[in-house]
Design a protein around this ligand. Structure first.
Ligand code: UDP
Ligand code: MG
Length: 345
């Protein structure tokens, strides 16, 4: 891949006077939040005199979100939307939004107002200082339970250890990317995308700011436990084959120590049978049973991890699009999505 030429501190102009900034927000059944989201984004960005568009990715909602969006677009063309043919998940919607959003910078945020739009000027200020990726890290102390915070911390430390990417602060997809950095990310060929990891992986100059995460304005969390689990496994496996390698190491260790143990058993058998030294070396059932259970469990885990990787290869080789655009308020939604986008109705 070619390196984008205009990254970094050299392009002060577009940063000082951006032609437009795109704010991308995936929304699944968020109709009550959308007008407030737009108002607050508008206030925050008009306050610092930055032209913008809010691009809502309507993710196959079952409520009246699409009517709300058509209406909002009619009243203010800075509100744009693309409607996906079904819910392609949070990451699918963000991928879709990033693919069509244009602008000198691209901001991704949730539509439920947990990511306060009032933080945007601070992110933009960091971008203007010359950073290409500005990650907003939630200060979760106020809103999350201790257990959730501990689980989060352990989880992200583990993925940081596995992937080698510093994801300890990457608890959300609330971030700003310079237009060129976003272009680099869009052009990555993989279909299943763990965006908060990829945003770190692409490099360039990165910084983070912290913000107070708010309560959801309306509605409930749209993530099921199963989705969260799948997302968690994605993060652990998307950037490294270390889990597989650990099983290789474990295999060597078990095989090596078993060999030593087998030598010991043969020796003590020979010694006791032929020279009467020591006792006959028949060990108990417990050791045998524990050994078999432990090893079968470990082998099953190994096969499971292998299966996760193979499943991902399977998904990638099918090469289906990560989203399908159904309708859009933009003129040319996304020529590359492989879909058949229709004109806005
Ligand atoms: N979302 C989505 N599809 C999903 C789940 C979530 O488009 O299957 C959107 C949702 O509308 C919201 C954002 O992703 O704008 C974050 O979701 P949510 O607030 O439910 O997650 P939480 O904050 O509880 O982690
Ligand atoms: Mg939320």
């Amino acid at each position: 891949m070619t390196v984008q030429p205009n990254l970094g501190k050299g392009v002060k102009d577009a940063r000082a006077n951006p032609a437009r900034i795109s704010v991308v927000a995936p929304a699944y059944n968020e109709s009550e939040n959308l007008p407030v989201l737009f108002e607050r984004v508008r206030e925050a960005l008009e306050g610092i005199d930055v032209p913008f568009q809010l691009l809502v990715v309507e993710n196959g909602s079952t409520d009246n979100s699409i009517d709300v969006l058509r209406d909002m677009h009619e009243r203010d063309p800075r509100l744009n939307y693309i409607r996906l043919s079904r819910n392609f998940g949070h990451q699918g919607a963000l991928t879709a939004g990033m693919a069509v959003a244009e602008g000198d910078a691209l901001i991704s945020m949730d539509a439920d107002l947990q990511h306060p739009p009032e933080v945007l000027p601070e992110m933009i200020a960091k971008w203007r200082e010359g950073y290409d990726v500005v990650i907003a890290v939630a200060n979760t102390n106020a809103t999350q339970s201790l257990a959730r915070r501990i689980i989060n911390r352990i989880y992200y430390s583990v993925i940081t250890g596995i992937s080698g990417l510093d994801l300890r602060g990457g608890l959300s997809d609330f971030r700003l990317m310079d237009g060129s950095a976003a272009l680099v990310m869009k052009s990555l060929p993989e279909r299943s995308r763990y965006l908060r990891g990829l945003a770190r992986w692409i490099g360039f100059s990165q910084t983070s700011i912290s913000y107070e995460i708010a309560e959801r304005f309306r509605g409930e969390s749209k993530f099921s436990l199963g989705q969260l689990f799948r997302f968690g496994v994605d993060g652990a496996l998307a950037f490294s084959i270390l889990p597989l390698r650990l099983f290789l190491v474990l295999g060597f260790f078990v095989a090596g120590s078993s060999l030593l143990y087998a030598c010991y058993l043969v020796m003590s058998k020979l010694l006791s049978d032929h020279f009467g030294i020591g006792e006959n070396a028949v060990s108990g059932f417990t050791t045998l049973a524990a050994g078999i259970f432990f090893l079968s469990g470990t082998i099953l885990m190994g096969i499971g991890i292998l299966g996760e990787y193979i499943g991902r290869i399977y998904d990638e080789t099918k090469a289906r699009p990560s989203y399908i655009v159904w309708e859009s308020s933009l003129k040319d939604p996304d020529p590359e999505s492989g879909s058949d986008p229709r004109e806005a109705r």
